[in-house]
Structures are given as structure tokens and as C-alpha cells.
Design a binder for this molecule. Sequence first.
Ligand code: R5P
Length: 302
Amino acid sequence: MKLVLLPFPDQRLFAASMATSLEASVGRLDWRHFPDGESLVTVEDKLAGYEVAIIATLRNPDSISLAMRFAAATAREFGARSVGLVAPYLAYMRQDKRFNPGEAISAPLFAQFLEQSFDWLVTADPHLHRNPNLADLYRIPVRRVVAAPAVAGWIETNVRDAILIGPDVESEQWVSDIARRARVPYQVLNKTRRGDRNVTVSMPTLDVYRQRTPVIIDDIVSSGHTLVETVHNIKQLGFGRIICVVIHPVFAEGALEQIVGAGAGQVVSSDSITHPTNGFSIAGLLASAVDELLTSTLAGKK
Ligand code: R5P
């Protein structure tokens, strides 16, 4: 299999890490804007006979989506045999139902949008809630990488006395997995969200974990309010050092500062989105998934 990775500018380092374990080359993908805001995408033009993987994280999905489609179509024009998408962070997964009358259900709409450009998709810990399977949302071959081994590795190395805290019931799926791998206990809280920035989190006493270091784990941090509320409540219980580990550091403006202001001593994230808090990499996990997906699809299996 001849594979070329075409990373968007922010994912060049990530792609370089993936390439070492994939025996793939990394090709050019430049993206710039004209003064009027239109995108110009420039890609490697020697792609005849290659499988192509475009690497784009969807931190700003509305901004990058059109450029991704231009890149995929241009790669095909230059002879790519197939064009897949590696999205370390996949956006539009949380709006998986109509919460209020008239709202668009974005998750399946965005899936259809991507399917029009890409032959396959690999992503890490997509926010699967009411749709438990990514393959039920996408009709192209997909692989869902679990970041838990990387998160657990970081915890085992850095916080051996951790008590993991999941801020809401949805988080149990990854917090329980990480706790098992890192061989530490965990506790899941109940969250009530009343608005984008209006969140309350119920708190047990955590008395039996008094000698441990609370490590709050969340898949996505957006406004930061889930973590702010959770950190604040744990602080009230008298815990000193509180650590937050985030899989997808979306961090809307001011989010990190508010989390630190609430009392988090350390905030660490995966490199699914390039951010100063990045503390561990999931590039190798995504590379393995790409390898497995391409090997099985080229062999004719989905
Ligand atoms: C929600 O279900 C997710 O797991 C995250 O807890 C949520 O997206 C975090 O959002 P925010 O940072 O805006 O509170």
C-alpha cells in the first residue's frame, strides 16, 4: 500500500508522528485565505496510485470544512486512488437530537457532508451519546480510536494516587476504561446543563478518597463550564491539588483561564487539537487505526 498523508498546517507535527509508524510519506497541503476570506488550498500533485489521508482536526469546523472538500477533490484530480479523512477531533457530534423545536440535528447532517468528499474516516473518541456507534451515523468505513491507553499511560506515570472523576454519566464510558487501565478508582458525577454556559454538577463527599489526588477526565472541554463547576466543587471539599485531563482541548476563549481560576493545579490534554496544554499524543493510536482500516478495505472487507 502506498500512502500519503496530507496534513492541514496545524496538523503537520501530528502527521509526522503518524507517518513514522505507518511508513507513509507526508505531502504538501497549504491553506491560505484571500483578502475577501475565500480559501485557497494547494496540495501535492504527484498522487497517482496513492491512497491519501487528509489530516484535519475539526476545532473550527465551519471554517475548515470547505477547504477540506477542496483538498479531497483536488487530490482525486491528481490521481489519488482513495481519499480518507483523519480527524483527531470530530466536530458536530453533540447535536445528536432536536433539543428545541426547529433545530437542525447536526450530527447526521455533518456525516452526510463528509461522506460526499471522503472514502473513509478515522477519529478519536467522538462524542457518542444517543448514537452509540459511529458506523450507524456514517455510511463510509469508519474507525473510532479510543484515547484511553494514552490517557491511562499519562496518569500511571504522573499521578499514581489518582481518583478519577467523570463529571457526568456520559463520561462513565471512558472514565471507567481509563481507571481500569491505570488501576485507580473512579467516581462519576451527575451534571445538569441549563444552557451553553450554565452547568451544575452534583458532588458526593469523596471522603474515602481523601488521600488521593482528584483527576477530572472529560472528553471535550468547550466553554469550560463543566470543568469549572467540577473543580470548584472538589475544591470546596478541601482537596488541595486538582488535575484535569482532557481528550479534546477545544477550549473556547477564556475557558482555560476560568478552569485554572476555579482551582485546577494542572490541565493536560491530548494532541487531538494543538494546544499549549498538550501532554500526551494519540498520533500512534490513529496511525494503527488507519493501517488496519486501509488493510481491510483494500482486502475488500469493510
Ligand atoms: C458533554 O456531554 C461533554 O462530555 C463535555 O462535558 C462537554 O461538552 C463540555 O462542555 P463545556 O466545556 O462547554 O462545559
